[in-house]
Design a protein around this ligand. Structure first.
Ligand code: FES
Length: 206
């Protein structure tokens, strides 16, 4: 697999690795795609809401470690509102690109950062604890990356319908029968959605 020199540099000598004592916010997120995990902790200035310190620990691959390193660099010194806008695409650009099959590793790191920010917001009454609804399903589908092009299946308009009723998540996909990633995508959707206790069944048609 071809990694950019920048990915290799951040992988070999990642920045901001470790733990923070008494963090103001933290989050751990696991990837349904590969089972790897990332944790992020941060200190936030209560007056300015600037992220003054941020550290991560990764049990993921080189792409994940490199993304954890670059996004914590990017987030440090930003307000939580600015840091929420950091996307996996920006992270990948900063790293001079990532192989498409490794995009989910980058998404995992960025999701963990967003979850840590949400943790801060909830603890400081800046946001409510999210209630589960159809939008939650769509947000999860946006984390499922079509490996060939490195974009998510919602952006690629592969999701014709996503609904939720009485504990059943119904997803209708537009993926050709001969597509070699068809089954993997369906499996990944299931893994993303089955982590919610609100979902009793996932029905996928395609
Ligand atoms: Fe699991 Fe990259 S393969 S984080």
């Amino acid at each position: 697999m071809q990694y950019s020199q920048k990915v290799l540099d951040h992988f070999m000598k990642p920045h901001n690795v470790g733990k923070i004592e008494n963090p103001d916010a933290e989050a751990t997120e696991g990837s349904p795609a590969c089972g790897d995990q990332v944790s992020i902790q941060m200190k936030v200035n209560p007056e300015t809401q600037v992220i003054e310190d941020i550290k991560f620990q990764s049990y993921g691959c080189a792409s994940n470690i490199a993304t954890g390193s670059i996004i914590t660099d990017m987030a440090k010194g930003k307000t939580i509102i600015e840091a929420k806008e950091i996307s996996w695409k920006q992270a990948a650009e900063e790293l001079d690109g990532l192989p498409p099959v490794k995009i989910h590793c980058s998404v995992l790191a960025v999701d963990t950062l967003r979850k840590a920010i949400k943790d801060y917001e909830v603890k400081h009454n800046l946001a409510e604890v999210e209630k589960f609804n159809k939008d939650t399903i769509v947000e999860e589908l946006k984390k499922v990356i079509y490996p060939q092009v490195g974009e998510d299946i919602v952006t690629l308009k592969m999701v014709k319908y996503a609904g939720f009723e009485e504990g059943v998540a119904v997803i209708d996909l537009e993926i050709p029968k001969f597509d070699k990633y068809r089954e993997n995508i369906a499996e990944e959707i299931r893994e993303h959605l089955e982590q919610y206790k609100e979902i009793k069944e996932v029905k996928i048609t395609m």
